[in-house]
Design a protein around this ligand. Structure first.
Ligand code: GDP
Ligand code: MG
Length: 597
C-alpha cells in the first residue's frame, strides 16, 4: 500500500469510557467483518479481560475504508493495553503508530488514566483527535468536557468529535477525521529492513505470533530475519495482517502493521520493543529506546494443599512461556512449605496471573504480601537486589537501602480531597502538584511503591466512595531509612510475615500487626507470645492466652448434608492452617495481618 493511503492509530481512554465499543463500531461500519462474525468487544480476547473489562495484550486490526475523497485507505488500529502495569508495552505500541483518538466519556470527563495514556501519546509525537463519547446520554456535557481537555491536557478540543459509540452516532465523522487529521507514516522501502516488535503471544496452532510495525524496508515470506536485541535468527514462515482474523500476505512494507510466525518456541524468546532486520544486508543500528520490562513487585505463591506443588510448577511454567515479563523462582518457607517467588510488572499483573492459576489450573493459592524490589548497598561496596524481605542480610553489613518511588496522579471530586491528601501523607507521600478542573481536583504525589502495592488502591476507593481515579509511573530509586521487621510467633520468626518498613513507622506497624495476629490466630492449649522485632530488638508484643478446654462441636442434629458440608469445610480449614512450630496459623492471617487501616 502507498504510504499516503495508510493511517496508523491507537485509541486512548480511561477504563469504561468506550474504547472497545468505538473500536467495534469502526470495524463494523467498514464491513471489516460480517454481521455474523461480529461479536461484542471483538478486541478484548481473553476471558479475564472480558470480565474485568480491561484489555491487557495489545491487539490490532486492519480496516479498509473508502473516504469521501474516493480513495481507499488502510487504517491500522492498535489497541493498547490500558493499564499502568503495562506502561512499557503501551509506550512501545504508541511508537508503532502516528496518531491517537482520545476518547473521553462526555458524562464523566478526564480521568487519571486518560491523562497517563494521553501523555504517552504526546511523548510519541502523536497527532491527537479528541472524541467526546456517550453523547446519547442525557448527562453528556460536551462543552464542559471539551474545556476540561483544553485546561488539563492542554490540547485544542474546539473540533472534538461528538460520538455515541453505542448508538453509532459520529462514526463516519471519526473515520474521516482519521484520514484527514492524522498524518501518513513515513519510511523508505529501499532501506534495510527495520521493523519494531510491538507484541507477541502464543497461539495454540501457530506457535508464537509476532506483531510488527515495519519502519523501513520490506519483509517477505521466507526471509531470514534476526532480532537485534536477543540475537535470535529465524526464517519467516507466515506473514499476514489482522482483519481482525488472520489473513496471509506476501510482504509488508514501510508503515504497515502485521504479524509473522517463524517457529519461535516461546514468547520469552521475543522482547517487546526489539528491532527485526534481515540476517543479510540488515540494518546496522536498532530502533532507539529498547528496554525490556522488568518486574517491580514480587510475592510468594504457595499451594494451599502442598500436594499440588508440582501442579503449580507446571502451571507457572506454562504461563511464563507466554509472558516474558513474569519471572519466578522456587522458594521455601518454614510457614508455607514449597512455593514460588514471582515477579510482576505491577499489582494488576499479579492479580491476573494469580487469577489464571486459580481458575484455569484450578490450584488454590496462598499469596504472601507483595513486596517491591529494594536496592541494597553493602558496606563492602557491593550492591544487590532484595526480592524478599526474609532475605534481608544482617543490618550491620548494609550501608544503605534504596526503594522504588512512583509518581501517582489522582483525580478526585473536591469533597474527598482532604481524605486523599491524608491517605497519601500517611503513606509517606510528598505532594508535587495540586490543580483543579471544575469540581475535580488533580493531585500528583511522589510515593514509595512499597506503601502502594498492598492496599493503597482499596483504601483510595473506600475513602472516596469509588470516585477517585488513580494512575502511576515509576520514578526511580531513592534512599530511605528502611529496616526489616520480623514477626515472632511463639518465639519463632515467621518468614512469610517479614516486611521492610520505614524506621519511623516500625513501632506503629509492629503494634498493629501483633494486635491483628492476636485476633487471627486461634487459641491453643498454651500461651502464645506474638512479637514484632527489628534486628533482635522487640518493638511490640501481644500475648494470646491459652484455651481452657477443648471446644465441643457446635453442630447438633440438623440434616445430614449440612453436617457433611460442615465436615468438609472443617477439613478444608485444616488444610489451610499452617503448622508453625507448635502453632497453627490460618491462611487468612498472612494476608489480613499485612493490611493497614
Ligand atoms: P473501555 O473500557 O474504554 O473499552 O469501554 P467499553 O467500550 O467497554 O465501554 C464501557 C461501557 O460503556 C459499556 O457498558 C458500553 O456499552 C458503554 N458505552 C460505550 N460507549 C457508549 C456510548 O456511546 N453511549 C452509552 N450510553 N454507553 C456507551
Ligand atoms: Mg475495553
Amino acid at each position: 500500500t502507498e504510504l499516503s493511503r495508510i493511517r496508523n492509530f491507537s485509541i486512548v481512554a480511561h477504563i469504561d469510557h468506550g474504547k472497545s465499543t468505538l473500536a467495534d463500531r469502526l470495524i463494523q461500519s467498514t464491513n471489516t467483518v460480517s454481521e455474523r462474525e461480529m461479536k461484542e468487544q471483538l478486541l478484548d480476547a481473553m476471558d479475564i479481560e472480558r470480565e474485568r473489562g480491561i484489555t491487557i495484550k495489545a491487539n490490532t486490526v486492519r480496516i479498509e475504508y473508502i473516504a469521501d475523497d474516493g480513495e481507499l485507505y488502510v487504517l491500522n488500529l492498535i489497541d493498547t493495553p490500558g493499564h499502568v502495569d503495562f506502561a512499557y508495552e503501551v509506550s512501545r505500541s504508541m511508537r508503532a503508530v502516528e496518531g491517537s483518538l482520545l476518547v473521553v466519556d462526555s458524562t464523566q470527563g478526564v480521568e487519571a488514566q486518560t491523562l497517563a495514556n494521553v501523555y504517552q501519546a504526546i511523548e510519541a509525537d502523536h497527532e491527537i483527535v479528541p472524541v467526546l463519547n456517550k453523547i446519547d446520554l442525557p448527562a453528556a456535557d460536551c462543552e464542559r468536557v471539551a474545556e476540561q481537555i483544553e485546561d488539563v491536557i492542554g490540547i485544542d478540543a474546539s473540533d472534538a468529535l461528538r460520538v455515541s459509540a453505542k448508538s453509532g452516532i459520529g462514526i463516519k465523522e471519526t473515520l474521516e477525521a482519521i484520514v484527514t487529521r492524522l498524518p501518513a507514516p513515513g519510511g523508505d522501502a529501499a532501506a534495510p529492513l527495520k521493523a519494531m516488535l510491538v507484541d507477541s503471544w502464543y497461539d495454540a496452532y501457530l506457535g508464537v505470533v509476532v506483531l510488527i510495525r515495519v519502519m523501513d524496508g520490506v519483509i517477505r515470506k521466507g526471509d531470514r530475519i534476526v532480532m537485534m536485541g536477543t540475537g535470535g535468527k529465524y526464517p519467516v514462515e507466515r506473514l499476514g495482517v489482522f482483519r481482525p482474523a488472520m489473513q496471509n500476505v506476501d510482504e509488508l512494507g514501510p508503515g504497515e502493521i502485521g504479524f509473522f510466525t517463524a517457529s519461535i518456541k516461546q514468547v520469552r524468546d521475543t522482547r517487546v520493543g526489539d528491532t527485526i532486520t534481515h540476517e543479510k544486508k540488515g540494518a546496522d543500528k536498532p530502533l532507539p529506546g529498547f528496554k525490556p520490562s522488568v518486574p517491580v513487585v514480587f510475592c510468594g505463591l504457595f499451594p494451599v494443599d502442598s500436594a499440588e506443588f508440582e501442579d503449580l510448577r507446571s502451571a507457572i511454567e506454562k504461563l511464563a512461556l507466554n509472558d516474558a515479563s513474569f519471572s519466578y523462582e522456587m522458594e521455601t518457607s518454614a510457614a508455607l512449605g514449597f512455593g514460588f517467588r514471582c515477579g510482576f510488572l505491577g499489582l494488576l499483573h499479579l492479580e491476573v496471573i494469580r487469577d489464571r492459576l486459580e481458575r484455569e489450573y484450578d490450584i488454590e493459592l496462598i499469596t504472601t504480601a507483595p513486596s517491591v524490589v529494594y536496592h541494597l548497598f553493602m558496606k563492602d561496596g557491593s550492591q544487590t537486589e532484595l526480592h524478599n524481605p526474609a532475605d534481608m542480610p544482617d543490618p550491620s553489613i548494609v550501608s544503605h537501602v534504596e526503594e522504588p518511588r512512583i509518581k501517582a496522579t489522582i483525580m478526585v471530586p473536591d469533597e474527598y480531597l482532604g481524605d486523599v491528601l491524608k491517605l497519601c501523607q500517611d503513606r509517606r507521600g510528598i505532594q508535587l502538584d495540586l490543580t483543579y478542573a471544575g469540581s475535580r481536583a488533580m493531585v500528583v504525589y511522589d510515593l514509595p511503591l512499597n506503601e502502594v502495592v498492598f492496599d493503597f488502591y482499596d483504601r483510595l476507593k473506600s475513602v472516596t466512595k469509588g470516585y477517585a481515579s488513580f494512575d502511576y509511573q515509576m520514578e526511580g530509586y531513592r534512599e530511605d531509612n528502611l529496616v526489616k521487621m520480623q514477626i515472632l510467633v511463639n518465639d519463632e520468626p515467621v518468614d512469610a510475615l517479614s516486611m521492610m518498613v520505614h524506621r519511623d513507622r516500625a513501632e506503629m506497624r509492629g503494634r498493629a500487626m501483633c494486635e491483628k495476629l492476636k485476633d487471627l490466630i486461634p487459641r491453643h492449649m498454651f500461651k502464645i507470645p506474638i512479637q514484632a522485632a527489628i534486628g533482635g530488638k522487640v518493638i511490640a508484643r501481644e500475648t494470646l492466652s491459652a484455651m481452657r478446654k477443648d471446644v465441643t462441636a457446635k453442630c447438633y442434629g440438623g440434616d445430614a448434608t449440612r453436617k457433611k458440608k460442615l465436615l468438609e469445610k472443617q477439613k478444608a480449614g485444616k488444610k489451610k492452617m499452617r503448622q508453625f512450630g507448635k502453632v497453627e496459623i490460618p491462611q487468612e492471617a498472612f494476608i489480613s495481618a499485612l493490611k493497614m487501616d
